[in-house]
Ligand binder design. Structure first.
Ligand code: SF4
Length: 242
């Protein structure tokens, strides 16, 4: 597998490969990484459509591949129920959360801090406790403005590889894959959501940007919670307390 080097190549792949070629490429990326990292290759699962496609792909490569879910107290009830059914089906998915007290309405007053406490910190814990050397994500470069500069395999944290095996898939291809393989999906999509997050920070929109409904009305609108942009190797002394 020749790994792509830049955005221009990625765009050529997004437009130039057909669905079957993209699926084969994704499987090859996971297979190659699994050969290198073995049990230290772990899939992150946000319970969104992209994560469920990646989870299914990973299981095709090796059913023993482990995964983790980071959840928060603010996830919609539908997502909590979906998580229960997914974990019942795949008990090798470990669930991480930060249930410590936080200031009221922190998602309004300081959403970056809220995401750091409730999402980034539990993700760091998952990486550490599961002894992850390479984590697998459902990132796609066509999702929105903040997701255009990722690579299929990258090392943003020293010593922690990140594999984005469906980076070049578009939204339609994700749904195509999920339908063809009868992969379970979060029922919130039936209501019109296109990108799923915590209840106070996620809306249904008709904007072209897939992530436009995230953090509407804040400087984070359409942005990131931080797990793809902040260091994930445990940073001693950072983020302790409120
Ligand atoms: S998405 Fe909103 S509620 Fe969830 S952790 Fe981030 S700021 Fe807090």
């Amino acid at each position: 597998m020749t790994l792509v080097a830049g955005q221009e190549d990625l765009k050529a792949l997004v437009d130039g490969l057909n669905f079957r070629q993209k699926v084969e490429r994704s499987l090859a990326l996971i297979r190659d990484a699994h050969e290198v990292f073995g049990d230290h290759l772990v899939a992150a699962n946000s319970l969104g459509k992209d994560s469920m496609a990646v989870w299914h792909l990973a299981k095709r490569v090796n059913p023993a591949i482990r995964g983790f879910i980071v959840t928060t107290r603010f996830k919609p009830q539908e997502t909590k129920d979906f998580m229960r059914s997914v974990v019942a089906q795949w008990p090798e998915l470990q669930v991480f959360s930060n249930d410590d007290p936080i200031p009221d309405n922190l998602f309004l007053t300081d959403p970056d801090r809220c995401c750091d406490l409730l999402k980034v910190q539990p993700t760091r814990r998952a990486v550490e406790e599961m002894n992850v050397a390479c984590w697998v994500t459902g990132l796609r470069c066509t999702e929105g403005r903040t997701r255009t500069d990722f690579q299929e395999i990258e090392e943003r944290d020293e010593g922690l590889m990140k594999l984005n095996p469906i980076l070049i898939w578009n939204e339609r291809e994700v749904w195509q894959y999920l339908a063809l393989h009868h992969v379970p999906v979060n029922p919130l999509y039936a209501q019109g959501y296109r990108s799923l997050g915590c209840a106070p920070c996620t809306r249904i929109t008709t904007a072209p940007d897939e992530r436009a409904g995230r953090w509407v009305g804040t400087s984070k609108c359409g942005g990131e919670c931080g797990i793809h942009t902040r260091p994930l190797k445990t940073v001693r002394g950072e983020g302790d307390g409120i």
